[in-house]
Design a protein around this ligand. Structure first.
Ligand SMILES: [Zn+2]
Length: 407
């Protein structure tokens, strides 16, 4: 621990410029204990404790959709979503029946996240209550901010992963937060949940006001199956009728939606976690980010590991740029995407005191030393996004404590 001594970070700071944009400016961030106590822009400090003229000081990245038990299942290719779940993901999640395995794996995952600059998350565990609680314990202990949910599922998966609705809801509701990690209501998706379970999850969300995370309309085959299983007017209406579209809901993917459904999601104040690297990997389709935003939906970004192969939020941001070009319509600029993977993603999942370099925020900070001459570029943030190399990340700080340092 650093105790309460000051740490002086200096270099080019990534700071807000407008509600959904950022820019780089020379400056200094003073950290005392867990928090940022001062941000001074104007010049790089001559002898900082961290950083220097050639360094960038960024807020830690926030990943709004990932699966903790799937970090060992990256890259199992050639399968459609439902087949991939059955043959790659469910066997991996079965291993979490052992809470010791879950605890050890979560430790590895936390190290991995920090080594890619991620300091905030909205994550799925599995349907094993004890293991979900163990994951909350580990992540809370190491200082990551965000959410972990016990996955609710009572149909269409191996028996070892299914928990009857009433038992699952009761177990999920007894989860307790630890450190900066809170529990989340996490019905996997409508394929693996009965109507009773979805409704119960809606009741739990209303009672606790917890974050809600689930998947929506990732592939056409999934949408067709949901129609057969639930006979709903639309997939979105099914969640709405079950009380799952809340201002604290993060819907993974939302690819196969029409405008009417997007407007309903926007009106409810729910967000869609756009996971472009996962969509590309599973060949699920191209999410129309701009159309969701036009319908009033907040669209944060997520890795969706293990469907998503990239652990770096910067590479996810770059893939979002590629997906937007493919989808047609306006393409975000680099400043918007750097904002998205920091403050934008933090706000989307309700983390108010991270993702930004400002006085009073948690000192979740990255020290980055790029090997490219970004300062001479006409578009420095574009160059940094496209030329990004994880080796540039020199150290990661979580709440003022160093949690990763490059060799
Ligand atoms: Zn997912």
């Amino acid at each position: 621990m650093n105790g309460d001594r000051s740490i002086i970070f200096s270099g080019s700071l990534l700071v807000p410029s407008g509600p959904s944009s950022v820019h780089l400016t020379p400056g200094t961030v003073v950290v005392e204990g867990e928090r940022i106590t001062q941000v001074r822009v104007g010049a790089v400090s001559p002898s900082p404790s961290q950083g220097g003229e050639d360094s960038l000081i960024l807020p830690g990245f926030v990943d709004t959709h990932l699966h903790l038990p799937q970090f060992d299942s990256i890259g199992i290719d050639g399968l459609e979503l439902l087949d991939w779940l059955e043959s790659a993901v469910f066997p991996a999640e079965m291993r979490w029946a052992d809470p010791d395995f879950a605890r050890d794996m979560t430790r590895r995952v936390a190290d991995e996240l920090y080594s890619f600059g991620t300091t905030g998350i909205a994550a799925y565990a599995t349907s094993h209550a004890e293991s979900a609680q163990a994951a909350i314990g580990v992540l809370g202990e190491v200082g990551i901010a965000g959410y972990v949910g016990m996955v609710l599922m009572d149909q269409n998966a191996p028996g070892g992963l299914l928990v009857p609705a009433s038992a699952g809801l009761s177990q999920a509701s007894s989860l307790r937060g630890h450190g900066r990690i809170s529990p989340a209501v996490t019905p996997r998706f409508a394929v693996s949940c009965s109507r009773q379970l979805l409704k119960g999850a809606g009741v739990l969300a209303a009672r606790t006001n917890w974050l809600v995370q689930t998947h929506l309309a990732e592939t056409r085959r999934e949408c067709e199956l949901v129609r057969r299983l639930h006979g709903a007017v639309t997939y979105t209406d099914l969640y709405r009728e079950c009380g799952l579209l809340t201002p604290r809901t993060i819907l993974g993917h939302g690819i196969w939606l029409d405008d009417e459904q997007r407007v309903k999601i926007g009106t409810a104040g729910s967000a869609i976690a756009h996971c472009p690297t996962a969509n590309r990997f599973l060949d699920a389709g191209v999410m129309k980010r701009y159309e969701a935003i036009r319908a009033g939906v907040s669209v944060p970004l997520g890795t969706d590991i293990g469907a998503g192969p990239d652990r770096s939020m910067v590479r996810v941001a770059r893939a979002a740029m590629d997906a937007a070009k493919q989808a047609g319509g306006p393409v975000p600029d680099a400043a918007e995407l750097w904002h998205q993977i920091t403050a934008g993603n933090a706000r989307a999942i309700g983390l108010r005191d991270t993702g930004v370099l400002e006085q009073g925020a948690f000192a979740d900070l990255l020290v980055i030393r790029p090997s490219v001459r970004w300062a001479e570029s006409r578009d420095p943030l574009g160059m940094l996004l496209y030329a990004w190399d994880d080796r540039w990340l020199r150290s990661t700080y979580s709440a003022g404590r160093v949690v990763y340092r490059a060799n």
